[in-house]
Design a protein around this ligand. Structure first.
Ligand SMILES: Nc1ncnc2c1ncn2[C@@H]1O[C@H](COP(=O)(O)OP(=O)(O)OP(=O)(O)O)[C@@H](O)[C@H]1O
Length: 265
């Protein structure tokens, strides 16, 4: 048999976790993402933007829940935009917490996460251990055998985070994950994100600029379906100045960038 060199087997281009070019995605009839260019890799990316900016719609496209209307979208090297790639294989490497997610109220936390692991086609023998680990990572160990319908809103959200991370996803998409979490849980959650972001691509949509400043390596600011600005939390804070809206340097930076963008648009 002929020896195959590493040059021949190496990918001919680097596969970014997320690579979007001129991306367009509809929400109903509305073009909520409209010409978005974005490249993301390992790290924790905070997705910020005003109400209606298109964050949820973008997350849904990244989660392969909605097919883009135009442009290009590749995730981990798989073509998602034109649906030419192997989406089933890609979905095994994704974790997604939607803004609103459904569950069977009579399932226990453990059953809910096991079910989601099964849907993600995890090997059956690995599921019990992975579920236990996910439950522990979100601090729900003592409620693992409680029925979902008996949990508080914050606990339901933590169960949602657990199902998103159960398969150790290479791309983790969290839409408003901190809604309903108490301050202590938010701090623990930031630690969890930092840990996962060391070797995965995490995208967190939020309105809490402070969460982004504390837990993210990268800030992505969108408005009217387009990328407005991308940089580090330090660079975001540096953009703020007295006179801009906000209680912290990061919030003032956010307001300053948006105002400048709208002034020039
Ligand atoms: N089903 C729909 N039909 C029509 N328009 C929609 C639909 N869903 C969303 N939109 C519109 O698309 C735009 C983007 O919505 P999207 O939910 O993606 O924004 P968002 O940035 O997540 O907002 P928020 O911060 O309020 O959650 C908004 O103008 C919204 O009104």
């Amino acid at each position: 048999m002929r020896a195959v060199s590493t040059t021949e087997t190496a990918p001919d281009r680097y596969a970014w976790a997320v690579q979007a070019g001129g991306l367009r995605v509809r929400a109903g009839r509305h073009l909520a993402v409209d010409g978005l260019d974005l490249t993301l890799d390992t790290g924790v990316h905070g997705l910020l933007g005003p109400n209606g900016a298109g964050k949820t719609t973008l997350m849904r496209a990244l989660a392969t829940v909605v097919k883009p209307a135009g442009g290009t979208l590749a995730m981990l090297g798989t073509d998602v935009g034109g649906r030419g790639g192997d989406l089933r294989a890609l979905r095994r490497s994704l974790g997604y917490l939607p803004q609103h997610f459904g569950f069977y109220p009579r399932f226990t936390v453990r059953e809910f996460i096991e079910y989601m692991a099964w849907l993600k086609e995890m090997p059956t023998s690995l599921i019990p251990g992975a579920v236990q680990r996910a439950v522990e990572r979100v601090g729900l160990t003592d409620r693992a055998d409680s029925k979902m319908k008996t949990l508080s809103g914050g606990m339901v959200r933590r169960a949602g985070i657990a199902q998103a991370i159960v398969n150790d996803p290479r791309v983790l998409l969290l839409d408003e994950p901190t809604v309903g979490l108490d301050p202590e849980q938010r701090m623990d959650f930031r630690d969890l994100l930092r840990g996962i972001g060391v070797d995965s691509c995490v995208v967190v949509s939020t309105h809490l600029v402070e969460d982004v400043a504390a837990a993210c390596t990268d800030v992505v600011l969108v408005d009217q379906g387009r990328l407005v600005w991308q940089g580090t939390p330090v660079q975001l804070a540096e953009r703020g100045a007295d006179g801009h809206a906000g209680d912290s340097a990061s919030e003032r930076g956010y307001s300053a960038i948006l105002r400048a963008h709208r002034g020039s648009a």
